[in-house]
Design a binder for this molecule. Structure first.
Ligand SMILES: CSC[C@@H](O)[C@@H](O)C(=O)COP(=O)(O)O
Ligand SMILES: [Zn+2]
Length: 211
């Protein structure tokens, strides 16, 4: 545990935004069985993140804590999300990223299995691609990476980081696991998460209908 001081107001601001949004995402069934984790950047050294375990549909500020960019708890002995390093790696790599959202929806999990062999899901020709920051037309393609799952977060976060060298992305899937999506703030991260969820649902339906 680090004692590195942080601004309590910054934590309260992030906590309020996280609690409201996480509960809404949980109400959609995207966080089954205590799965999923969520974070927001507080400042250049601190991140507010969900503690490990707990029903995300009942999240309140007591289910949130502070970690540094190495994933070490700050000012508490509580256990942060088991997947904290996947969050902090993104905050380290992209100074502009302000929010990381990880969910385990049915669509995300099925798509991660279906497209694991290809290593990505190609999302192409959809109007909703314009939901992704920097995309102004449907006449484009976005490859959502699919990574192999692992319980070794050091290895998995390094793999995710290497995958991002291949091109810009606002998210990745993990095989049999779920989706990570991020953005400059909560509103953008949530827009990206919702767009991925919708587009993955479209891809799954198309495959069913094309059988
Ligand atoms: C309850 S199974 C899901 C977990 O293994 C994990 O993938 C997850 O998303 C939640 O872990 P957590 O440690 O609560 O952040
Ligand atoms: Zn998970």
């Amino acid at each position: 545990m680090s004692a590195d001081p942080y601004n309590a107001h910054a934590f309260d601001r992030c906590a309020a935004e996280l609690v409201a949004n996480v509960r809404e995402l949980a109400a959609r069934g995207w966080t089954p069985a205590t799965s999923s984790n969520f974070s927001m950047r507080m400042d250049e050294r601190h991140v507010a993140i969900t503690a490990s375990g707990g029903d995300k549909g009942r999240l309140d500020a007591s289910g949130l804590m502070v970690v540094d960019l190495d994933g070490a708890p700050v000012g508490t002995d509580r256990r942060p999300s088991a997947e904290t390093l996947l969050h902090t790696r993104l905050y380290r790599r992209f100074p502009e990223v302000g929010c990381v959202l990880h969910t385990h929806s049915h669509n995300q999990t099925v798509a991660s299995r279906l497209f694991a062999g290809a290593g990505h899901v190609r999302l192409e020709g959809y109007e909703l691609l314009k939901a992704f920051a920097g995309t102004g037309t449907h006449e484009t393609a976005l490859d959502l990476p699919v990574l192999p799952n692992s319980q070794d977060m050091v290895a998995l976060s390094a793999l995710a980081d290497a995958g991002l060298d291949r091109g810009p992305a606002w998210g990745y899937l993990i095989d049999g696991h779920g989706l990570y999506a991020w953005g400059r703030d909560m509103a953008e991260a949530r827009r990206h998460l919702e767009a991925f969820e919708f587009l993955l649902g479209c891809e799954l339906d198309l495959r069913r209908l094309q059988q």
